[in-house]
Design a protein around this ligand. Structure first.
Ligand code: SAM
Ligand code: GLN
Length: 280
């Protein structure tokens, strides 16, 4: 079928608007580029091009899914994280840009380390980008969710990353046989307070796994358990919510005298990273 890509985009935008869904232009351009493989330059070209029927069918499918509030990244099916292209689907949380900041801190502070673990790896975002950035390192990637772990394994295979080992289980328990050799522990655990989950974007609530998000009544259930299991002498890098920073600091100061904690902000100026180092 011959279509004018500009008109196709405009009509698609109008159709969504009429159904009560207002998406910014750049979001729709991303859908056309990454899901339909219609290049951005074609979207600026005011003329007619041949487009296969399969592409228009895909666009109709995307329309139906957007109407049901499915996140754009699940529809596109992959997401760029650091220098990796990761498959994303409902088995795991869509990696967030602030988590790239966590990986950057780890890569800059742990160049000389060899044994890492990423607890709650989800799509594999953190573990795979550390393994790819430090090819001589070995990264254990764990998750309590079997489905998430399967997605992470698929992502390791498609990105040809071999220095990662996958383990299923709760918090530090699957790492028991290896814990002595582990030097660095990284985690972006569930940390949203249960009471504010109902206020999250509808596409997050409807489609992303709750086990990836719900941090309990005060958002710090995972950290509480983790601090009980954590052996001395590790370097620890945790993603946190702004509102959990104070409670976590207090918990570490009270319960873990063998560690000192430092909190860093993300690019948006929010308290986002908690770094624990052995107290000297
Ligand atoms: N690391 C990924 C990222 O940054 O995009 C996913 C992070 S998601 C916020 C949290 C992940 O932790 C989910 O994949 C969830 O299944 C896992 N998880 C939740 N509770 C856990 C637990 N007690 N032990 C291990 N993994 C857990
Ligand atoms: N940053 C995610 C969100 O706001 C939450 C991730 C998490 O709980 N670790 O949806």
């Amino acid at each position: 079928m011959k279509v004018n890509p500009q008109e196709l985009l405009r009509d698609f935008e109008q159709k969504l608007k009429a159904a009560g869904k207002n998406f910014p232009r750049y979001v729709l351009i991303q859908l056309f580029r990454d899901y339909l493989s219609i290049s951005e330059s074609l979207l600026f070209f005011n003329g007619y091009v041949e487009i296969p029927d399969s592409v228009t069918r895909k666009l109709e499918n995307a329309y139906e899914r957007l109407l049901k509030d499915e996140p754009l990244d699940y529809i596109i099916g992959w997401k760029k994280f650091m220098n990796l292209n990761l498959k994303v689907d409902k088995r795991a949380l869509i990696p967030r840009p602030e988590t790239e900041g966590l990986v950057e801190i780890v890569l800059s502070e742990c160049r000389k380390n060899h044994f890492f673990v990423d607890i709650g790896t989800g799509s594999g975002a953190i573990a795979l980008s550390i393994a790819s950035g430090l090819p001589d390192a070995l990264v254990y990637a764990t998750d309590i969710s079997k489905e998430a772990l399967e997605l992470a394994m698929e992502n390791a295979a498609t990105n040809k990353i071999e220095n990662v080992k996958f383990l299923q289980g709760d918090c530090l328990s699957p790492l028991k046989p290896f814990i002595d050799r582990i030097e660095v522990i990284v985690s972006n655990p569930p940390y949203i307070k249960t009471e504010i989950i109902s206020g999250l974007d509808i596409s997050v609530r409807k489609y992303e796994p709750m086990i990836a998000l719900d941090g309990g009544a005060d958002g710090i259930d995972f950290y509480r358990k983790f601090l009980k299991e954590l052996p001395s002498g590790k370097k620890v890098f945790l993603e946190i919510a702004d509102y959990t920073a104070t409670a976590l600091e207090k918990l570490v100061e009270e319960e873990r005298r063998d560690y000192k904690i430092r909190i860093e902000k993300d690019l948006f100026g929010l308290l986002r990273y908690a770094i624990l180092n052995p107290a000297l």
